[in-house]
Design a protein around this ligand. Sequence first.
Ligand code: SAM
Length: 263
Amino acid sequence: MTVRAKKHLGQHFLIDKNIAKDIVDSLKATNLDRVLEIGPGMGVLTNYLLENKEYETYVIEIDHESVGYLHTHFPQLKDRIIEGDFLQLNIAEKISEKPFALIGNLPYNISSQIFFKVLENRVLIPEIVCMLQKEVAQRISSGPGSRVYGILSVFLQAWYNIEYLFSVPEYVFDPPPKVQSAVIRLTANGRTELGCNEKLFFQVVKQAFNQRRKMLRNSIRSFSPRIEELDAVLLTRRPEQLSVAEFIDLTNSIEELLKTQVI
Ligand code: SAM
């Protein structure tokens, strides 16, 4: 008996075992004794994760039918099968208060939300290996100067080194998705502080990319009426040209302006 694929849950089951093994082998989990898999479905990755004796595998799956399948086929997991929504998961309480690795063939419809949850919990998640829509994988792993570099690239690259590992064609899934897929690895870059006001950094990056074709002079004007006091060359640049370090500098400059604002 197999699980009936449900479109609204982004269920496209990987049927190529070699690719499944390659994905699991891409996880280093150095000094980590726990791995959480998001959306195991019928356990094509779980099967290989369980072969590893260095770490303990936990899985979270939202689909009740898949959870039943997992209990039948992987009884050794027992209460390490969590039925629920990863986006609602209390990670420290249910998984670990110590750092662990994350892996998964992600439900593509919620991959950005998954990354925002990862960012909130980044101290606990030093490594992530995941398969996702190829375009999103390219965006997340590309640097400044690339046409696809965007908000999530900056937020994630602030805390992680990101490697595009390999592409995966549609026909190795059942049912095949309409888009191509790719596997990426995120590894904590060792940064513990951003070096600027984090909340303002988020606002600045978002605001700049919301008008990605515009020069910063125009897109970030709303932060301060004194925006013209910032470096003139910087103001002529577009968000896709700025590295994470430059966004941090920009945030600090804006904060300075805000502090000295005449009311
Ligand atoms: N790992 C399996 C594979 O590779 O064949 C299934 C991958 S499928 C692309 C995504 C899986 O994520 C599905 O099993 C789906 O039920 C599950 N899922 C969807 N939304 C979820 C959520 N919010 N939390 C946990 N699992 C979720």
